[in-house]
Design a binder for this molecule. Structure first.
Ligand code: TEU
Length: 548
């Protein structure tokens, strides 16, 4: 059993990238009022928690992940009164609200940073990370996630400041207790308002390398993560903040592995409830079933009896799953349902990224001018600056651009998919006329209705949350089959991730006998019951959940 029961373990989280969700004032950006307007829709999915991407005051260089005032709401998103209403309306519908907090860095427009850069003697100088030039240049050869260097020279004081992401996102100095105290105060401000969860951004970077010296391979930016002191910060944050509230905490932990992951979420560690790791997103540019199974097996073993994981295949940073890992052509509906079944029946808390529930696909814009993601635009400039062919650079960056999943939510087949009456901040995917919520509601066999059934199952079937996990499909390159078992209930999940039909002796492998009772299948005519013998014949992208 995956640990003692807890409300947060039974969560199904719906991620709302509010700027692309619904625009109510015609400025082309989604807003908090738009989220309020769609809460009935979100509730109709059956999810238990809404994760809201950052909405704090920000110059918006990195879509809100560059905060200039932690105690204010970005004008583009709305007002504090509208946030308070969103929180109240979310609670009124029996759902919880998770806030996305950016602890590693602020905007360069934050007053703290303006003070810090004003003078070497400013009291806030040590709130950020400053170093003298080395040999007349950058202090180390470290790259940032979004730039060739993680250092930017401040002419005023002749020193460099560190930024693990964009130049406009200076890293806070977490070694400074004043910084930690202020961040804890900020967290309490929002938790005292009644939010129910925290998604902790870029958590693995809070502790900086002990030695500020050149990295052997500056492109392998793991040196920015998992440095000594990180767990002490998290244990202090838990003591000072998390432990005083009944909340769910999920850490975005880049480069976490099955060895390091339990150190963040082991219940005895008193750090986090759960974490996102990125072994799939970072190591699988396209689907690789054997690799995916290995990753799931090692994480399930690592966390078993120790901690609780999270399951996702896409979010605002990663391409839409049906395009990247499924089949967004002939088998879009079947593969979208299969991937949903996968995420919701593997161990861990499932996350749904807005639009995933209707099988929204990734988008490709024709020219670089239509892209907005600072990470992509910076990388494009860097590569073209080296003399590479611009068209070839664009082609190379398109598949994994973060904008792929940031195109506006597709509500209906009206202009701009019903997202805005204005001009959308980023182009709507042209397939919105056929892929939209209104159409999905009208189609009984839509991805949307299937997701509702999946989510409803979790509330009725503890085996999905607490069941043990046993992979019974070895290195089969297409079929994934596993058993979840809990208090005498056994589920057999069989997924054929292939455009071709395949068969699989799942029943023998599962040790089943007697009969298999269908719990859910993504083909309407899947037999409701069958003998537990022989091979299962699986259609393209067929997903089956049996009780046996
Ligand atoms: O992303 C952090 C980040 O870029 C890495 O953890 C990366 O996502 C991971 O290694 C998988 O590739 C967070 C936010 O999700 C992102 O939108 C922000 O741009 C970034 O932090 C900076 O705040």
């Amino acid at each position: 059993m995956l640990g003692k029961p807890a409300w947060w373990k039974e969560s199904v989280v719906y991620q709302v990238y509010w700027r692309s969700f619904l625009d109510t004032d015609g400025d082309g950006y989604g807003d908090l009022k738009g989220v309020i307007e769609k809460l009935d829709y979100i509730q109709s999915l059956g999810v238990t928690m809404v994760w809201l991407n950052p909405f704090n005051a920000s110059p918006d260089k990195d879509n809100g992940y560059d905060v200039s005032d932690y105690y204010a709401v970005m004008e583009r998103a709305g007002t504090m009164a509208e946030f308070d209403k969103l929180l109240a309306e979310t609670h009124a519908r029996g759902m919880k609200l998770m806030m996305d907090v950016v602890l590693n860095h602020t905007s360069d427009q934050h007053p703290w940073f303006k003070a810090s850069r004003s003078s070497k003697d400013d009291p806030k100088r040590d709130w950020y990370i400053w170093r003298d030039p080395k040999d007349g240049g950058v202090p180390t050869n470290w790259r940032s996630y979004f730039n060739p260097s993680s250092w930017e020279l401040d002419e005023g004081t002749g020193q460099y400041y560190m930024h693990s992401f964009a130049i406009e996102q200076p890293d806070l100095n977490w070694a400074n207790p004043e910084v930690r105290e202020e961040m804890y105060r900020m967290l309490r401000f929002w938790l005292d308002k009644g939010i129910d969860g925290l998604r902790l951004d870029a958590l693995a970077l809070l502790a900086k390398p002990e030695q500020f010296e050149d990295a052997g391979d500056p492109h392998d930016i793991r040196y920015l993560t998992h440095n000594p002191g990180l767990h002490e910060y998290l244990q202090e944050m838990n003591r000072e903040v998390f432990s005083r509230y009944d909340i769910m905490t999920v850490g975005e932990v880049a480069f976490a592995t099955p060895d390091t992951g339990p150190l963040f979420v082991g219940e005895e560690r008193k750090e986090l409830n759960t974490l996102f790791h990125f072994e799939v997103a970072d190591e699988m540019p396209e689907w690789d079933m054997v690799r995916f199974k290995r990753i799931q097996r090692t994480w399930a073993q690592a966390l078993s009896g120790r901690g609780f994981g999270s399951q996702f295949l896409n979010n605002h940073d990663h391409a839409r799953q049906v395009t990247r890992y499924g089949n967004d052509g002939e088998y879009r509906v079947e593969s979208a349902k299969l991937l949903g079944t996968l995420v919701h029946t593997l161990p861990g808390i499932p996350y749904i990224y807005q639009g995933e529930e209707i099988g929204m696909t990734g988008v490709r814009y024709d020219n670089i001018g239509e892209y907005q993601d600072i990470a992509m635009l910076n990388r494009y400039a860097e590569e073209v600056g080296k003399g590479r062919n611009p068209a070839e650079v664009l082609r190379s960056l398109q598949p994994l651009s973060r904008d792929n999943s940031r195109s506006p939510m597709q509500w209906n087949d009206a202009r701009h998919a019903g997202f805005t009456d204005g001009e959308p901040w980023i182009k709507v995917n042209p397939n919105y006329r056929s892929i939209n919520v209104e159409r999905a509601e009208a189609e009984p066999a839509s991805v949307l209705h299937y997701y509702r059934e999946l989510i409803a199952l979790r509330k009725k079937c503890p085996v999905m949350v607490y069941g043990d996990f046993t992979d019974i499909s070895g290195d089969d390159p297409h079929v994934y089959a596993y058993v979840r078992s809990h208090e005498g209930v056994r589920w057999l999940v069989v997924l054929n991730h292939d455009t071709k039909a395949n068969s699989f002796a799942a029943v023998e492998a599962a040790g089943g006998k007697g009969s298999l009772r269908l719990v859910l299948g993504n083909y309407a005519d899947a037999p409701r019951e069958r003998r537990a013998e022989g091979k299962l014949e699986l259609r393209p992208y067929e997903a089956l959940i049996y009780e046996f």
